[in-house]
Design a binder for this molecule. Structure first.
Ligand code: 2AM
Ligand code: CA
Length: 267
């Protein structure tokens, strides 16, 4: 398989999907809830995923597709070529803010991230990386990350984890918030991961992300030297939901070792 051909194809369908999403603002969307009242999905999420599946299947029917909306296949292994797709990451932002959402795609071959894409649809910014070839934003290379100390760091964190909750001890998290220079919460895991890759933030922590939230982003993050893992410092497993951190390498272990106390075994 020629990776350059896959890249040209991926880029073309992502740009086309972005255009379709922007055009959809003139329509009335159908909004539904999924697992809980705050877990939203629209017909545009579903139609965009279906668009990708149809295009990829026509491009090469041997490629497997794992998509958030479940319109691809049930996948229990990463053997072969696997596209991991979130058609809209940050659906709540899409619905309420009409910005701050992204298309997120990772192309994995036998479990290794080869191509990563995050398309910030409303800013028309395509973040892209190919394994070993560096990362880019609209063809402009992203710089390798520079060392930073925790007291000068900006971290992406949802405020929930700084209040009493079932998943993580909140007192060390309060300490973390006091230690760092600032916190941010954008509501799109994909855009938070590329913020770390661009050095606009120095870490992003989440208690529950799915493979499609992170698959594209970790390929991009790896290329600039960021470290991605779960909050037990284990490698990312793209076959299950898990905790997540992506961080500048100078603060990745320090955050996990000093501030993260999980309350349960996140299987
Ligand atoms: P989504 O918009 O594609 O659902 C919001 O903090 C971030 O977490 C978004 O990237 C969102 O992705 C993701 N997210 C929201 N709810 C989630 C859930 N129940 N499981 C996994 N990821 C979720
Ligand atoms: Ca989504």
């Amino acid at each position: 398989m020629q990776i350059t051909k896959v890249h040209e194809f991926a880029k073309a369908i992502i740009m086309e999907a972005g255009e379709r999403i922007r055009s959809s603002f003139s329509e009335k969307w159908k909004i539904e809830t999924k697992a809980d009242a705050n877990d939203l999905v629209t017909n545009i999420d579903r139609e965009t995923e279906l668009f990708f599946i149809e295009k990829i299947t026509a491009f090469d029917p041997s490629h497997k597709i794992l998509g958030e909306e479940g319109m691809g296949e049930k996948i229990d292994s990463l053997d072969g070529v696997v596209w991991i797709i979130d058609p809209i990451d940050g659906t709540m932002n899409f619905i309420r803010q009409h910005r701050n959402f992204a298309i997120s795609i990772g192309v994995y071959i036998n479990g290794v991230g080869k191509l990563g894409y995050i398309y910030d649809v409303m800013r028309d910014q395509l973040y892209f990386a190919e394994e070993g070839q560096g990362a880019f934003m609209n063809e402009i290379p992203l710089k390798p990350l520079e060392a930073i100390s925790l007291d000068k760091a900006i971290i992406g964190l949802n405020a929930t984890w700084v209040t009493p909750n079932k998943k993580i001890e909140h007192l060390p998290m309060i300490e973390l918030v006091r230690t760092v220079r600032g916190t941010r919460s954008y509501g799109s895991a994909a855009l938070e991961i590329v913020s770390v890759a661009c050095g606009r933030m120095d870490a992003y922590i989440s208690m529950r992300l799915s493979p499609w939230d992170v698959a594209g982003g970790v390929v991009i993050a790896n290329e600039v030297g960021a470290i991605a893992s779960n909050l037990k410092n284990e490698p990312i497993n793209l076959l299950k939901q898990d905790t997540f951190i992506v961080a500048n390498p100078t603060i990745h272990s320090e955050i996990i070792n000093h501030y993260i106390q999980l309350k349960y075994d996140n299987k």
